[in-house]
Design a protein around this ligand. Sequence first.
Ligand SMILES: [Zn+2]
Length: 457
Amino acid sequence: MKKTVLIFGLLMANVLAAQEIPLNAKEVIKSFYTEALGEQQGYQWLHHLCTEIGPRPSGSEAANEAARWAQLEMLQAGADTAWLQPVEVPKWHRGAEWSKVISKGVTTVLPTTALGGSVPTPLEGILAEVVEVDSFEELERLGRAGIEGKIVFYNTYMDHAMISTFNAYGGAVKYRWAGAMEAVKHGAVATVMRSVTLLRDDLPHTGAMSYGDSEQKIPTAAISWQAADKLSQMISSDPTAQLHLYLDCGVQGTAINYNVVADFNGSVKPDEIMLVGGHIDSWDLGQGAQDDGAGCVHAMQVPSLMRQVGYQNKRTIRVVLWANEEFGLDGAKEYARWAREQDVHHWVAMESDGGGDVPRGFGIGADEARVKMVRGFKELLSPYGINVLAKGGGGADLGPLRGHDDFFIGFRPESQRYFDFHHSARDNIDAIHPRSLEMGAASMTALYYLLDNNEDE
Ligand SMILES: [Zn+2]
């Protein structure tokens, strides 16, 4: 009997050694969650970022205030170093903006917002007939004969039959990005679009657009979901209905914003960096709570929770909060340039840029062996709702770090409601549940703790 127990014990030890999971992993992981939910440091941070600092658009002083604040918080949380990396970014300006549809002598105001990067309208605005299209194909079919001198209305949708809202976003966002540059080829004078959202709300959602190589730049805006329904009805009953669009906006040169880089040195392999980050900038219509204040405080929580529960990381945990993701990825590009110059060895890099809803899992952008390694943690993480350990992933800000031996991880919270808030005035602290946010932070910490105790195969 005694012998059997001994053999069994040895076998267990071997299996655990092969998986490289510490014997007290279950307890340590649990302590991250109880600490996160108990103290709610991440939520307190996010509350400050949203309500005391507010929207942090590209080139704004608020983005710099946020960076300085995060630097201090990281030092207070025990960072060995925390510094600000200057990044040149476009300075985005948004002033008054509106549109009205005039049909049969009646004027109806439509909730409207300029897309990021749009040129302004003339002071008197642009008044023109509207031509509705449901795709770039329809735009092509109508051609110059149908488009010239008119405002193109992209009545385009995120595909709401798709389960992945991020995939649905990917399908619809091309009209936001390229709508103006395609319409101008056929002589359009401006474009408006149905907001890229799945909520049937009455708030417009902004986001970056591009003119590509077009020499002629026309103003471009989003209108709310409900406004898009209204506009569509009005022009179908009155094809001569006119839209009056006014936008005071534009890029006003450049400014300096900052990446925040905070290191919590590793005790065994300090040169192997485990990067965790989010982007500190936001669009200007809301407080940037979901996008991406949540991701910033998630990242800040990872080393902080480790310190709180008394875990000493073996590798260096580096928190990076990138400047200007939304309007050109400038912070990510600058960090990657610097890291290459310094020959930084990122052993793994994780981004949280999917909001602060309850955790569902992680996307793993890596070779088979590392995907397998992360999947080996499933049993330890699934009690906390981590059930998706999918192949492929990362985040927009990790893109510029791409190399030959990538190990990228994208945190994946529940995303069905993410685009309700995304880039709109609804993206405020009220959009965040403290428990969901903290569960996400603890999940990311748990994964980094497990990885910190593993080697490459
Ligand atoms: Zn984002």
